[in-house]
Design a protein around this ligand. Structure first.
Ligand code: HEM
Ligand code: HEM
Length: 130
């Protein structure tokens, strides 16, 4: 059951993050792009953390080992990058050097997406879908 939550939450989080980045890359002419980008990515980050809590609880209750394979390690890296990118996104409005922080946010955001998609593909392979 807890594993099913991981699968559903992570699939939803991946879709939110892909759409959120897509809006920032291709829909900047829409005056609401930042609001949509922020909402989709924050939602993706929160659902992703809930998905992690579900699988971690599953591993604890079944007595398994944490971060024991490529998917688990790519997934952990993705979640750390998600938190960093959200932080940089909010910080970029307050920082003195806004241009630098935004550049870091853009690159950490792109890298985040690479890790999220890699983790999702590896996860789906683990359960035999690819
Ligand atoms: C969408 C398809 C996904 C599937 C089918 C899937 C499947 C799995 C499976 C089978 C495990 C191992 C559970 C165990 O050892 O008992 C796992 C662990 C894990 N997954 Fe996923 N996953 C998916 C997406 C993701 C994504 C997108 C992320 C990160 C953004 C992620 C992060 C993790 C992490 C961090 C763990 C390790 C937790 C721990 O060791 O405590 N997964 N996943
Ligand atoms: C994990 C969550 C997030 C990801 C993966 C992400 C990713 C990205 C990416 C890839 C870009 C650059 C698009 C491009 O031009 O190529 C971008 C731009 C931007 N994002 Fe995010 N973002 C996230 C969350 C947020 C949040 C929470 C905020 C605000 C609070 C935010 C604010 C911005 C701003 C202001 C820009 C424009 C930066 C500039 O080009 O000057 N982002 N984001």
């Amino acid at each position: 059951m807890l594993f099913l939550f991981h699968l559903i939450f992570m699939s939803a989080a991946t879709l939110c993050l892909i759409s959120g980045v897509w809006v920032a890359m291709g829909f900047r002419k829409n005056r609401n792009w930042l609001k949509i980008h922020k909402t989709l990515n924050l939602t993706g980050a929160l659902i992703g953390l809930a998905g992690f809590a579900a699988v971690a609880a599953n591993i604890i209750t079944t007595g398994g080992e944490h971060f024991s394979g490529l998917h688990q390690q790519a997934g952990l890296t993705a979640l750390i990058l998600v938190c960093l990118t959200v932080f940089l996104g909010f910080y970029s409005f307050r920082a003195k050097s806004k241009t630098t922080v935004r550049a870091f946010h853009r690159w950490s955001g792109r890298l985040t997406l690479v890790f999220v998609i890699t983790a999702a593909v590896l996860g789906l392979r683990m359960i035999g879908i690819f």
